[in-house]
Each structure stands twice: as C-alpha cells, then as structure tokens.
Design a protein around this ligand. Sequence first.
Ligand code: PMP
Length: 454
Amino acid sequence: IQRFYDEKCKGSKAIFEEAKEYIPGGVQHNLAFNKPFPLCFDKAEGAYLYDRDGNAYIDFLQAGGPTILGSNYGPVREAAIELLRDCGPVTGLLHEAELLIAKEIHKHMPNVEMFRMLGSGTESVMAAMRIARIASKKKHIIKIGGAYHGWSDQVVYGLKIPGSRALLESHGIPGKMFSLVDEVKPNDLTMLEDMLKKNKARGGTAGVIVEPVGPESGTRPVARDYNRGVRELCDKYGALMIFDEVVTGFRVALGGAQAYFDVAPDLTIFGKIVAGGYPAAGGVGGKRQYASIMAAGLGNAGHRAYVGGTLAANPLSALAGYTAIKEIERTNACEIAGRAGDRLADGLKMLLDKYGLPYVAYNQGSIVHLECTGAMSFDFSSFSFVKSAVGLLAHKKMMYERKDSMERMGAAYMANGIVTLAGSRLYTSLADTDEVIDEALNRFENVFKHVVKT
Ligand code: PMP
C-alpha cells in the first residue's frame, strides 16, 4: 500500500504538497476521504474514476451520493452543455427548468406540492426548521441522535451514537444555538414521546426531523415501522414531520424514502441527486400550506421563512436535476443500483466470513455499509500519517479506534483501486454492472487477505 502511494501517485502528491500552502488541510473538501494524502482526479466515466497518474478506480464514493446514474453521465452532461451554450449557468432570473424540476418532483412525490431549490442540503435543513417554527408557532426541533443534517449551527452537534458522528463536529458555536434542538435515540419512540411531552411546557415542538433510513444514511438502520410511529406522534403533538431525503431522495426509490416507507412527511429536504450531480444541490418542499411560507409576507399575509442564495435554483442545476430524475425513471436506475448494492453487500458478507473479519456488511438498496464491529489491527506502521497522528508507532501491529480503522481500510481500498466514503460506506449506481461488482469484490479480497487480526 505504501508503495502504491509512494510510487504510483507522484502526480497527486506533488499537487497536494503545493495545495497545503494555499488550502487549509490541502483539500477543498472532506479530509476523511484523503488518507494518507488526497489523490487528485482528472477523469470520471460511469463506474470508474481516473487519477492524475492514470490509475483507475471503481467509484463507490459517488461524490457522496449524487451520481446514481454513474459519473459524468452523458445525457445530463449534454443537457447541461446545451443550456450553457444558450444562456450560461446563471442569470438570477426565472428559467423554465425551475418549473420542470418542481413538477417532476411532485409527480414522484405527491407530498411535495411545492418545491424550492436551494444551494445545499445544509441550507435546506435550515429552511425547513424555519418553516416548521412559523407554521406550528412552536420552538423546539427534535432530531435523532447520530443523524447528520449538514453543518449549520443548530444541528451540527449530536448524541454520540455508536457508528455515527462524534458529539461535537465543530467548535466555535455558542451553546445557546443548541438550546432549542433536542435529541432522542434512534428507534426509540418512547423517548421521542417523552421529549414531545417535555417540550409542551417549554414552547412546544415545531418539528421532528429524521433521516428516514436511520442516522448517518442508515448506519444505524431504523425499524420498518419507526417512521410511521414518528408520523403518529407528530400528529398527536402538532409537530411537523420533516424527512431529510438528501441521500434517499431518488435513490431508495424515485419517490424517495417516503414512497418506500409509505409515510407522508409535511416537509421534505433534498440534496445531492436533486441537481443531477451538479453544484447547488438542495431544496425543500412539502405541502402547500407549509412550503408557501417561503413566499409569505411578499404581498401576502403571514410570516415569511426567508430563504435565499445567489446561485440557488440556477438553471444549470435545475435542468441537470430535472434531466437526471427523468433518466433515473427511464433507466430504472434506483432498482438497478439497488440490485448492484445487494450483490456487493452479499459478496462482502461472504468475504468477511471467509477471512473472519470483525466487520459487518449490509445495504439499503444502493446504500451499502461496511462497518467495523470491533477494534482491529492493520499493518500500517509505515504510513506517515499514522506516525504523525498517533504516538505509538514502535509497534508494528496496533489497535486503532473504529474510525481510524475504517479510514485506514479506506486507504487500503484506494490502493487496490476502490474509492469508498471513508472506508465505511459505498454507493452503487446504474453503471455498476455485475462485472464491475465482481471486479470490486476481487479487489476487496486483496485487501481483506492482508488484514492482521489481533
Ligand atoms: N442531510 C443528510 C442526510 C446528508 O447526508 C447531508 C450531506 N451528506 C446533508 C443533509 C447536508 O447536505 P449538503 O452536504 O448538501 O449541505
């Protein structure tokens, strides 16, 4: 592995070394995918990514989820190019693509009677919380421990739920920002009801926000009837039910998790696939009486949930999203990617059994999890990032915390030609044929063979 990074990734390394001078951390995006150092990618096509040095990788990161049609998908790209030729990426004024995407979403998600496109999932969560507070005239938002709803001040912290994010993702946020956001444990409807009761005496609950497949994209999966239970409790206590479908929208089904679980949320948050892999991927929608609050006060009566963004709903993203959703429908991408996810998860389970590794593999359709169930050792002592991060490197075999272990495994997968999300999550796409998945499983086996158990 070390040899791979040292010898085969010289072009990436040179760029990173210079980038460290100009970019905090040396990359503009998430550091977790970039150990021991980030590789630099120049080319993407279908199931494959190609780095600066010409190495090919099977892509299970999928940019974090947006590219369910495969990377650099032709029909979306062509629609984007045509639009760029005609009007460029943005005018700041209405474009028909905005209407097309709103209608298309409504067609697949009848609960989303109105839709407003925004710049990211993070912003869309902020908008949904505002709308819920105005609509309900209540104060608190309840979220599920370990769930990720972006990096805005109110929701970036979380209960430490095993297998999910840490207690505090960021410093620099005054404690007061969290005072109207409560957390409950996943799958625990009793705890949720207790919190709803508690909040009655202190301003009430405006909304309950859930990732419908469970916290951290289903790293902690929900019980099948959990979402229905949340819906009932929201109705009982007069709170809006908010589905964060940033990951699940147009992935678990065209109709999202709300179709899959047959539960009607009041508000839905979008991201990722909603812009077809193009930037400014976000949006919030829902029942007319709620979504229209974003336009209230503009000559209408009522309080307004102000939302904005110079590049929100730019025609490029709106058209790319619209074209992607049409293509997902035409190609049956959710089901095909879901079957690829089944094949990948089944194959991984077999390999984990074969090598007796303390990992578990499971999937919700095209969302595949590969989670470490215990600390494990891996002969990574020659990795320079390990040397700087951990002070214990006299030993060749070492025990690492789960996260470190997953990230190191991620680096090992990378060196064997597989890109994952931090070593623990894999998204499959329409481009993942049986041949691609089988090739990926061979590459995983190459890694698993060399894991040193303690
Ligand atoms: N909600 C969920 C469930 C997410 O997974 C993410 C991003 N991974 C977000 C919100 C935030 O979206 P964005 O990165 O577009 O701000």
